[in-house]
Design a protein around this ligand. Structure first.
Ligand SMILES: Nc1ncnc2c1ncn2[C@@H]1O[C@H](COP(=O)(O)OP(=O)(O)OP(=O)(O)O)[C@@H](O)[C@H]1O
Ligand SMILES: [Mg+2]
Length: 221
């Protein structure tokens, strides 16, 4: 089954002058598949992930998620139902605890998050898997870089999405932590049968994926 299909996506920015970031991007991702998108800084990896994750709209092209074509009207719902996002800069809520951060997607989706809820049980399980259950009540601002990244992974899994988009998940981590994050993400694909699109500079992380692309001059090759 195809979880995501992108056809001829284009994106330019006009601030301060015209910059054609994505020229013609087509991509098909099947359920349970993982792909890595590599490329130099500034080539447009984050822009592409934001568009694939419906956080930003392309200038033209068609994006289909779980067999439904994305429109401005349904983008929010399709994102909540299908996608977990691991951002390049974590985007944790600093004054909230680890557990609150992990539960945030469920709260945004207005799902119950009390201690008996499925979302809460799932959050606890995900925190256990990323080895952070003992930090559940710690405010995010006190966590280390590796811990923050693991919170971001647990949060991405909160609503049990079929597709995970991970933007430089090992970007600021040391070798050991980068490997650990890579293993956690690949485990999501192999054990939880998620699909994964990963933007990375790290060849070792890219090597763990089923397919690898280079984003260069606005094209995937
Ligand atoms: N909102 C915006 N307005 C204007 N230019 C932008 C905007 N967002 C991104 N850009 C530009 O688009 C280009 C691609 O940015 P993007 O963040 O997608 O690159 P990247 O491949 O993720 O880089 P990195 O590896 O450093 O994270 C950059 O030149 C950036 O300055
Ligand atoms: Mg980026």
């Amino acid at each position: 089954m195809t979880i995501l299909q992108a056809e001829h996506l284009k994106k330019s920015f006009f601030d301060p002058k015209r910059l054609d970031v994505l020229s013609d991007i087509s991509l098909t991702l099947c359920a349970g598949e993982s792909i890595a998108i590599c490329g130099r800084s500034g080539e447009g990896k984050t822009t592409l992930l934001h568009i694939l994750g419906t956080l930003e709209a392309p200038d033209s092209g068609i994006l289909t998620i779980a067999k439904i074509q994305v429109t401005p009207r349904n983008a929010h719902r399709l994102r909540q139902q299908n996608i977990g996002f691991i951002f390049q800069s974590f985007n944790l809520l600093e004054d909230f605890t680890t557990l609150d951060n992990v539960l945030m997607p469920a709260r945004i989706a207005r799902l119950p998050t009390d201690a008996n809820s499925a979302a809460y049980q799932n959050a606890i399980e995900n925190l256990r898997e990323v080895d952070l259950l003992n930090r559940a009540q710690t405010p995010a601002k006190l966590l280390s870089g590796g811990e923050r990244q693991r919170v971001a992974i647990a949060r991405a899994l909160c609503n049990n999405p079929a597709l995970i988009l991970a933007d430089e998940p090992s970007g600021n981590l040391d070798r050991a932590n980068a490997q650990r994050i890579g293993q956690l993400l690949i485990q999501c694909v192999n054990v939880k049968k998620k699909s994964l699109i990963l933007a990375t500079h790290d060849p070792d992380l890219a090597a763990l994926c089923d397919r690898r692309y280079l984003l260069k001059d606005g094209l995937l090759c």
